[in-house]
Design a protein around this ligand. Structure first.
Ligand code: 3PY
Length: 268
């Protein structure tokens, strides 16, 4: 169901997800209907090809039309924490107005940035989110009043830890009230610290940071999410205690499956 991620997190079960890089509502719906093991999808507007308007609206509507079996849909916005009071703020509004159940904000480096992001995602008096989208209630299947009453607690705010500054400010970021969880970006975290990107596993020094983030997130009672590229890697991360584990992207699912089957077909 569209609350499947929130239910899994409340039950402290690892929730597996998939990353939507390719554009189009049909693609998002196909990813969303791929497996009963899928609790959530992230529509990636940072590096992926879905536009915030109208792309995210169309994709979320298409996923929601799957009904009770739909995974929870969250959106990664393009703007980073550095613009927490500017672009990130209105991009969070666009994503949530489209009916997203949560936002992922890249490269959040300070507690002040995290505080602004929480505020952008919550209606007053908790935050500064404006009310007025005519789309949210039909996607959530509730009345407009009910949406207003439940959205603050029903929307996940997830900040990405993937910069040097974020590692220095980790405890302060994790202490911000209203941040539901942190998402580790192993590629950017590696590059920011002068290590090569994971291939597929991160450098041992990056691995230490990943485990420090996991440990500290749980010490602050926050959820910890990890980006993986294979099912085997995702199973290992779930075993290690990560709460949300991205298994792979739609783009790599497509190209890997084609390459694998073409190799078999041609006797390679
Ligand atoms: C990273 O690894 O940097 C990510 O943000 C995952 O897409």
């Amino acid at each position: 169901a569209s609350r499947s991620l929130i239910n899994a997190l409340r039950a402290s079960k690892p929730a597996f997800g998939a990353w939507v890089m390719l554009p189009g509502a049909l693609n998002a719906r196909m990813v969303a209907s791929s497996s009963p093991h899928l609790s959530w999808i992230t529509i990636d507007c940072e590096h992926g090809l879905t536009s915030l308007q109208p792309g995210v609206h169309e994709s979320i509507q298409a996923v929601a039309s799957l009904g009770a079996s739909a995974p929870t849909t969250i959106v990664r916005i393009p703007a980073t924490g550095a613009s927490a009071d500017g672009s990130a703020s209105w991009q969070i509004k666009y994503a949530l107005d489209a009916g997203a159940r949560g936002v992922v904000v890249p490269m959040v480096s300070t507690a002040a940035q995290a505080t602004s992001i929480v505020s952008a995602a919550r209606f007053p008096p908790k935050g500064i989110r404006g009310f007025g989208s005519p789309f949210t209630e039909s996607i959530w299947g509730v009345s407009s009043d009910e949406y207003l009453a439940t959205a603050n607690d029903g929307v996940l705010v997830i900040v990405q830890i993937e910069t040097r500054e974020a590692m220095q400010n980790l405890d302060d970021i994790l202490a911000v009230d209203g941040v539901d969880g942190v998402f580790i970006g192993p590629y950017d975290l590696s590059l920011a610290h002068g290590y090569p990107p994971p291939s597929p596993d991160p450098h041992p020094e990056v691995e230490k940071m990943i485990h420090e983030i996991l440990r500290k997130a749980h010490a602050h009672s926050k959820k910890c999410a990890m980006f993986c590229t294979t099912g085997a890697q995702a199973a290992k991360r779930a075993e290690e205690g990560f709460d949300m584990v991205n298994v792979m992207t739609d783009k790599s699912a497509l190209t890997n499956a084609l390459a694998y089957n073409l190799a078999i077909a041609s006797g390679d």
